[in-house]
Ligand binder design. Sequence first.
Ligand code: CDP
Length: 211
Amino acid sequence: MIIAVDGPAASGKGTIARALARHYQLPHLDTGMLYRAVGLSVARAGGDPDNEADALAACGFDDALLTDPELRSEAIGALASRVSIHAAVRNALVKRQRDFAGQTGGAVLDGRDIGTVIAPDADVKLFVTASPEMRAQRRMRELQDHGLAADLDALVADIRARDARDTNRAVAPLKQAQGAVLLDTSDLSIEAAVRQAILLVDAQVEGQRTN
Ligand code: CDP
């Protein structure tokens, strides 16, 4: 079974995707980490994230970078959002993601374009969202938990800027995929959001079985 989880920054999609992977015993890929690794790699090489050639050159990053704690910082999230608008970057990362999705037994992937581009035939698609204010508060707690500095107003501004860039880009923009079920986590605790996600997955699977 392939489960595609998409949604904007700090909507809860990562937590939900990890919990679904545990529940259904499937491997999980946080595809945002790939774009973050490109962002970090271009920064360390002294390249320009808005330049397609520089960003593409950074796609051959060393896999060890995927465990670098700096990947989780807001600065690198913003760089990821900038490198991810380039078609060449997205193309360079497609195979890795499709191979992961296509492994025997299936997988859970979360990102922005899993249900639309990477795995349009996924068995289950969720689109996870929440209000920008709620997402900024969550991101602040998450950063603090990782010992990173955070400022709420700056986070709200960053989330709005990232939403605009992710939604309005020409290639693989963030949008609810056809057949995706919407899950608004604004008023839900993590536990409630995960419970709801499992119910939605089970309902989609059941619906396909009886159709
Ligand atoms: O954790 P958060 O939602 O803040 O970000 P992320 O999922 O780590 O993704 C960082 C950035 O990478 C996003 O703002 C997107 O611009 C980009 N991204 C993308 O374009 N496509 C994906 N499948 C995943 C991330």
